[in-house]
Design a protein around this ligand. Structure first.
Ligand code: GDP
Ligand code: GDP
Length: 435
């Protein structure tokens, strides 16, 4: 599971600026799909010694509304679930009474905290950070979130203080295809999981000696192995029942990271909303294979069915690689087919693509539609090979590839996608110049 780092501090100290810097993605890898919205509160960061989940808790102050904000359910949940807190203060403003107040409350949480003095650009870091020692949170770390100074070294320091990962529960050790069922609250995830597990032979669920809260649930179907990643706290809910929050963005993100294939459950009775689009955005960023389950298809009239189809095509156009499947988790219709789709998506995501085949496809695509001229010279694309699986990455070598326009990149992706027939997985292109 990825470590969780939460950003805390009063408004305007630079939390969202730091969030953006930490979640910055390598442009060549993650495409900006039309219609895709980014989550500005939760993200997976990959600059640093390892990947991590970063949460921007929003503005927390000592004013009454600030205290309320701290108590707000999801913020509180994020802080509870965080492995490390980054408490941001502002080098320009100096140490304010609000900072003192927040630091007192944070210390009471008993969590690992790093004090971060932001906006240290154009200041003498030693001088501007000195006064923050009185917050009693140890040596402050100076950064400039907008310029990027100190951010890498901040991450190195945070990673040194993170708890050791649980070696016995790594995702890679789980048998078969790792599947995560995600979706907004009440979409029907638990109903679907229970049906999947109830109908198939369960291998080790609740074996004596494995009563620990494992989030990995292995099961078998038609001789094939799967591991379900439990985000809904199914196992725990029986014991702690209502007390625990069913839905957590952080657990969802961790499950997406740990999975090979995601089943995104959409509630047809509610229609496709903001939260569905945001979850879909996280899935796209992860590059995982995807099966979309439009749940609660039972009991819809013809008009409602039409509405869902239109909404899906319009709001989730960027999921065009995953065909939506209508199911009823409650009645079981369509559920068996879902695992066939999982198999297929996994096969697409992990397929071996040979260099001659990819190069031939590239040549044909270029022949039909040349890349544009840049400074009077034509971009040359020479050959292609596979650079990764789950998601498949196609690396294209040539000249001036850094100037390949977005439209041409999309053209190539669509060509590869069509010719290679890769249902259920996103496809990534990487360009390399020279040699
Ligand atoms: P938040 O309310 O804590 O999320 O703060 P924002 O990230 O929105 O930043 C507040 C303001 O501070 C914006 O105008 C940012 O451009 C600016 N800012 C953030 N980080 C830095 C920094 O490292 N240096 C400077 N000079 N300005 C910064
Ligand atoms: P979760 O929060 O995503 O885990 O959702 P649950 O599995 O707890 O389901 C939320 C509610 O939707 C429950 O009342 C379920 O009985 C209901 N539900 C789940 N699947 C279906 C379905 O296929 N059809 C109908 N009509 N209701 C469903």
């Amino acid at each position: 599971m990825l470590p969780v780092i939460a950003l805390i501090g009063r408004p305007n100290v630079g939390k969202s600026t730091l969030f953006n810097r930490l979640t910055q993605t390598r442009d060549a890898l993650v495409a900006d799909f039309p219609g895709l919205t980014r989550d500005r509160q939760y993200g997976v960061g990959r600059i640093g010694p390892g990947p991590y989940i970063i949460v921007d808790t929003g503005g927390i102050g000592s004013a009454p509304e600030g205290i309320e904000a701290l108590m707000e359910r999801q913020v509180q949940l994020a802080i509870d679930e965080a492995d490390h807190l980054l408490f941001l203060v502002d080098a320009r403003d100096g140490c304010t009474p609000e900072d003192l107040d927040i630091s007192q409350r944070l210390r009471r949480l008993g969590k690992a905290i790093t004090l971060v003095v932001n906006k240290s650009d154009g200041t003498d870091p030693v001088q501007s950070s000195a006064e923050f020692h009185r917050l009693g949170l140890g040596d402050p770390v100076s950064v400039s979130s907008s310029q990027g100074q100190g951010v890498r070294s901040l991450l190195d320091q945070v990673f040194e203080r993170l708890p050791e990962p649980d070696e016995t529960e790594t995702a890679e050790d789980q048998p078969g295809i790792r599947v995560a069922v995600v979706g907004r609250p009440n979409a029907g995830k638990s109903t679907l999981i229970n049906r999947l597990l109830g109908e198939e032979r369960l291998v080790t669920f609740d074996l004596p000696g494995t009563t620990r809260d494992s989030i990995f649930i292995p099961f078998e179907r038609l001789g094939r192995h799967y591991t379900l990643i439990d985000t809904a706290g199914l196992r725990r809910r029986a014991r702690v029942h209502e007390a625990i929050e069913k839905f957590s963005v952080i657990k969802t993100l961790q499950a997406i990271e740990a999975a090979n294939v995601i089943i995104l459950v959409i509630d047809a009775h509610q229609g496709i909303g903001e939260q569905d689009a945001t979850l879909a955005g996280h899935i796209i960023d992860s590059g995982r294979a995807l099966v979309v389950a439009i749940n609660k298809w039972d009991g819809l009239d013809a008009d409602q069915r039409e509405t869902i189809k239109t909404q899906f095509a319009r709001k989730l156009a960027f999921l065009d690689f995953a065909k939506p499947h209508r199911i009823s988790a409650l009645h079981g219709s369509g559920v068996g087919l879902l695992l066939d789709e999982v198999d297929q998506a996994y096969a697409s995501a992990t397929r071996d693509l040979s260099t001659p085949v990819l190069t031939r496809l590239l040549e044909a695509a270029v022949q039909e539609h040349q890349p544009p001229l840049v400074h009077g010279r034509r971009i040359k694309l020479r050959y292609a090979h596979q650079g990764g699986r789950n998601p498949p990455i196609i690396v294209i070598h040539g000249n001036q590839t850094e100037s390949v326009p977005e439209t041409y990149r999309r053209y190539l992706i669509n060509r590869f996608r069509k010719e290679l027939d890769l249902p259920g997985t996103p496809l990534r292109l990487e360009f390399k110049s020279g040699a």
